[in-house]
Design a protein around this ligand. Structure first.
Ligand SMILES: [Zn+2]
Length: 127
């Protein structure tokens, strides 16, 4: 199977973990939309290490559990989008993909709403 080495979402750089999940202009739009909801000051990530550090840290408006769910959903949908582009030549806009991320986050929280650590997450996500 012949798969191009360049990023299929932007065609600007080689496809690496850091590019696909941190540096790609496409994911930067997703992180911007997500961080607008969860972080007052941070507008994007500058490295994989910063992304992991942020997801495992806490604040009153975005607890670690919510951050982890948001990061996992964003990475999952970005990887799915990448595969759809590579194998099916189908692509969504970043804002349409963010709607899927948002739905996944809501479903994840809703499915676990009786657990103590998920109790207030829906309110925090919907603010
Ligand atoms: Zn890219």
């Amino acid at each position: 199977m012949l798969i191009p080495t360049s990023c299929c979402l932007c065609s600007v750089s080689d496809e690496t973990r850091d590019h696909l999940f941190v540096d790609c202009p496409y994911i930067k739009i997703l992180w911007g939309l997500m961080l607008r909801k969860l972080s007052g000051s941070l507008i994007s990530f500058t490295s994989w290490t910063q992304l992991l550090g942020w997801s495992s840290s806490d604040s009153t408006t975005s607890p670690r559990t919510l951050r982890s769910i948001a990061v996992q959903a964003t990475i999952y949908h970005t990887w799915t989008e990448r595969n759809n582009m590579v194998y099916r030549s189908q692509t969504l806009s970043a804002s349409d993909l963010f709607r899927l991320v948002d739905r996944t986050i809501r479903n994840t929280i809703s499915a676990r709403k009786t657990r103590k650590e998920f109790k207030n997450l829906m309110v925090l996500w919907l603010i």
